[in-house]
Design a protein around this ligand. Structure first.
Ligand SMILES: NC(=O)c1ccc[n+]([C@@H]2O[C@H](COP(=O)([O-])OP(=O)(O)OC[C@H]3O[C@@H](n4cnc5c(N)ncnc54)[C@H](O)[C@@H]3O)[C@@H](O)[C@H]2O)c1
Length: 251
C-alpha cells in the first residue's frame, strides 16, 4: 500500500515494487490512472483507491477495501505529503500551518493507525514513513513542513517501539534535495520568492546555492529513493526498526 501513489516518489517506488513482484495498492487524492498504467506495465497487479488521508473514516474504508481486494497488507509506504507555503516565520499563514500538519502528520498517523491495526492482527508487516531532511535540520521559511517532518521522525520511533511486540518494523526515510520533480522546482521558485537572507531572489542562483550545500554536489534523483524503501521493507533489514535513513547526499 502506497499513499501519495500518484506523486513523484510514490509512483517511482510503486514501479519498483511492481518490478520486484509485489501487488500494489495506490492511494491518493489525485487521479491515479496514469500512475496505475505505469505500474501495470511492470506486470504487477495494481489497484487504485481515491482517499483523503486527513479523513480517518475515509482511511478506514480504504484500508478495509484494500484488505478485501488483496487479502492483507504486508507492506505500507506511508508517503503522502504536501510542502505548504514558503514564508518567514513571523509571516507564516496560520491556516496553512494547520493544513500541512493535518496532511503530513495527522494524515500519516491515520494511515499508520489503521494499517497497523490489521498488521497487529496478522502479527507482522513492515512500514516505511516518508519524513524529510526538513525533519532532521529545521528548514528556512518552511515552519509547518519542518515541524510536520520532525514529528514524523518521532512518530516513527514510537511506532517502532509500540509495534515491535507484534513483529512489525517501522522506519522512515528522509530525502533531502531531490529532483527533478514537483517539490524540487516548487521549493527553488518559492525560496527565491521569499527573498530571505538564506537564498538569492534568482531561482537559478537558488538552485546552485542548494546544490552547493550538498557534499555530493548534486540533488538526489527521485529514482535513488525506491531502493532504500525496498531494502527497509526486505528481510535484509530484519533487525532494523525505528531508524530514520537520510537520503541527502551528505547534508
Ligand atoms: N521531492 C522531494 O524533494 C521530497 C524531499 C523530502 C521529502 N519528500 C516527501 O516525500 C513525499 C512524497 O513527495 P513527492 O515529492 O512525491 O511529492 P508529490 O507532490 O509528487 O506527491 C505527493 C502526493 O501526495 C498526495 N497527497 C497530498 N495530500 C493528500 C491527502 N490529503 N490524501 C492523500 N494523498 C495526498 C498528492 O496528491 C501527491 O500525489 C512527501 O511526504 C514529501 O513531503 C519529498
Amino acid at each position: 500500500m502506497i499513499t501519495g501513489g500518484a506523486g513523484d516518489i510514490g509512483l517511482a517506488t510503486a514501479i519498483r515494487f511492481g518490478k520486484e513482484g509485489a501487488s500494489v495498492a495506490l492511494v491518493d487524492v489525485k487521479d491515479m490512472a496514469n500512475a496505475a498504467e505505469q505500474v501495470a506495465a511492470t506486470g504487477a497487479l495494481v489497484r487504485t483507491y481515491r482517499c483523503d488521508v486527513t479523513d480517518y473514516g475515509d482511511v478506514e474504508r480504504t484500508v478495509e477495501k484494500i484488505v478485501a481486494d488483496f487479502g492483507k497488507i504486508d507492506l505500507l509506504f506511508n508517503n503522502a505529503g504536501i510542502q505548504g507555503e514558503f514564508k518567514q516565520l513571523h509571516q507564516y499563514p496560520v491556516d496553512d500551518f494547520a493544513k500541512v500538519i493535518q496532511v503530513n502528520l495527522i494524515g500519516a498517523f491515520h494511515v499508520l493507525r489503521s494499517v497497523s491495526a490489521r498488521m497487529v492482527e496478522q502479527k507482522g508487516g513492515v512500514i516505511v514513513n516518508t519524513a524529510s531532511m526538513a525533519g532532521v535540520d529545521g528548514p528556512v521559511n518552511m515552519a509547518a513542513y519542518g515541524a510536520s517532518k520532525f514529528a514524523m521522525v518521532g512518530l516513527t520511533q514510537t511506532a517502532a517501539k509500540d509495534l515491535a511486540p507484534f513483529g512489525i518494523r517501522v522506519n522512515s526515510i528522509s530525502p533531502g534535495f531531490m529532483g527533478p520533480g514537483f517539490m524540487w522546482d516548487r521549493q527553488v521558485d518559492l525560496q527565491a520568492a521569499v527573498g530571505s537572507q538564506y537564498y538569492d531572489t534568482d531561482r537559478n542562483i537558488v538552485e546552485k546555492q542548494m546544490i552547493g550545500s550538498v557534499p555530493l554536489r548534486r540533488y538526489g534523483n527521485i529514482e535513488e529513493i525506491p531502493g532504500t524503501v525496498i531494502y527497509l521493507m526486505s528481510d535484509d533489514s530484519s533487525y532494523v526498526t525505528g531508524v530514520n535513513v537520510k537520503l541527502s547526499g551528505g547534508i
